[in-house]
Design a protein around this ligand. Structure first.
Ligand code: AMP
Length: 139
């Protein structure tokens, strides 16, 4: 799997880089939803979070809060969303794992969210939680 983000990692196309280490690169999104909109990506070439190695996942987890603090401080916006899409139906356009950090300065700018929530059914929830525990045990 190779995407435009692999080319950015290799330096074949430019980006506005804000952070880099052995496992992670962060740069400004070319079509920002608000000033400071940043993408944080693993150097590992996988499309979805569930495909990440433990090493790449740990490296992302270690630096995400630090990058969020910088984005918050420099954008002057305390509130922000972290968005992470997996699969075309979930609005993923670039099939290389990435975390969006999107400052939310006000109601108009930043990420807009449609949240059509249901209500958890007690019996169904118990079954579902049990199946998920089982799946986690075998993963
Ligand atoms: P997603 O829908 O989660 O896959 O989002 C992909 C994001 O990558 C979009 O927000 C794009 O604006 C961004 N993007 C695509 N190409 C580039 C690029 N060359 N440099 C920076 N951001 C990019």
């Amino acid at each position: 799997m190779s995407t435009i983000f692999s080319k950015i990692i290799r330096g074949e196309i430019p980006c506005h880089r804000i952070y880099e280490d052995e496992f992670v690169l962060a740069f400004l999104d070319i079509f920002p939803l608000s000033p400071g909109h940043t993408l944080v990506i693993p150097k590992e070439e996988v499309a979805r979070v569930d495909q990440l190695s433990d090493e790449a996942a740990a490296a992302l987890g270690r630096v995400l809060p630090r990058i969020c603090r910088a984005v918050s401080a420099v954008s002057g916006t305390e509130d922000y969303n972290i968005l992470q899409n997996n699969g075309a139906a979930a609005h993923q356009a670039v099939f290389h794992v990435h975390f969006h950090i999107i400052p939310k300065p006000d109601a108009e700018r930043g990420l807009g969210i449609d949240w059509p929530s249901g209500k958890l059914n007690e019996e169904g929830a118990a079954q579902l939680a049990s199946r998920l525990r089982e799946a986690l045990g075998s993963s």
